[in-house]
Every structure is written in C-alpha cells, then in structure tokens.
Design a protein around this ligand. Structure first.
Ligand code: T46
Length: 158
C-alpha cells in the first residue's frame, strides 16, 4: 500500500516539476480620449535592468525566426503592432503563446528555446533584453540546447 502511495507521489511530483510556467505581463495602458500610452520601467514593470531594446518588422509571410536559446539572457517580448506567435520549449515541454496586444509582454527566461512565427504583415515585435548583444550567449543547435538544460541549464529567477 505504502509502495503504491510512493509511486503516485512520484508521478505527481514529476508532473508538477515538468510543468512549464508561461509568464505574461499585462501592462497598464494610460488611456484618455487622445489614445493609449504604455510606459515600461525597469524593476517596476520589467523584472530586470533593461540593457537593450530591439524590434523586428516587415517579417515575410511564412517566416519563422529564432531557433535558439540563451545561456543567461532574459527578455520580455511585446508585439506592439499586429500579431505573431511564440513557441517556447524548455527541453521537456513546448507551448505556443499568441502575442496580439500592445499591452501584453511575454517573459522568456534563459535556457528556453524560442521560435517566432505566424507574423501578421503589419507585426512589430519589440524585445526588452537584460543584456547587450553577445553572440557567445546563443545556443543555436537544438541538440546542444538539450544537453545544456540537462547538465547546466540553470534558469535565472525572474
Ligand atoms: C531572440 C529573439 C526573440 C544585432 O546586431 N544586434 C542585436 O541586438 C540582435 C538581436 C541581432 N543583431 C543582428 C544579428 C543578426 O545578424 O541582427 C541579425 C538578426 O538576428 P537573429 O538572427 O539573432 O534574429 P532572431 O529574430 O532569430 O532572434 C532575435 C534575437 O537575436 C534573440 O536574442 O531571443 O529575437
């Protein structure tokens, strides 16, 4: 009886531990009759120091970008115009998150494989990043990524 209880606990723990949490921020729009304004401040609206901002636009129909993970970079992705989808993969689970509101931000931790796809023709995807651009922080090979998360892929606490 105790043995069955142990097995049930182990299965439950495994499901619990492998559950991939998706963190979406809903920013406060300061709207009035002129329109909307969203302000993002580091450590207030964004959980890290913002060292870099970049954005992508004019993404061709059918294109998928990304196909990499980062060793230490954390980011918040905001589709400030149009829409797109983000596939997140922690090496155990994959989730697709639509981004279609200019006041929503998707938190992407380090050690997380990402693919961005299904861009609408008018999509502008803005990214707030915790680090400067550094090619040595990228893991661009999926098998290397799986090894990385298995061996040393410690996730930076948000
Ligand atoms: C990420 C996803 C969401 C720079 O010179 N500086 C930069 O800050 C960045 C981000 C890129 N670049 C150059 C490097 C390449 O020649 O811009 C070109 C395109 O970059 P990449 O192919 O890495 O773009 P994506 O869309 O695949 O990935 C980007 C970020 O690189 C990445 O960190 O998480 O957006």
């Amino acid at each position: 009886m105790l043995f069955i209880f142990d097995i049930v606990c182990l299965i439950y723990l495994n499901i619990f531990i492998s559950y991939m949490q998706v963190i979406k921020y809903v920013f406060q729009p300061h709207g009035d009759k002129r329109g909307q304004l969203v302000s993002l401040e580091e450590f207030k609206d964004i959980p890290f120091r913002i060292k870099r901002v970049y954005y992508m636009y004019d993404t061709e129909c059918g294109v998928t970008r990304g196909y990499h993970a980062h060793k230490s970079l954390q980011q918040i992705l905001v589709c400030i115009h149009g829409s797109c989808k983000i596939r997140l993969d922690n090496g155990k689970e994959k989730k697709v998150i639509p981004l279609e509101k200019p006041y929503e931000g998707l938190y992407v931790s380090n050690a997380m494989w990402r693919e961005m796809f299904d861009f609408s023709p008018d999509a502008v995807l803005m990214v707030l990043a915790s680090e400067l651009y550094d090619e040595s922080d990228y893991i661009r090979n999926y098998d290397e990524f799986l090894e990385y998360v298995k061996n040393c892929g410690e996730i930076v606490k948000e």
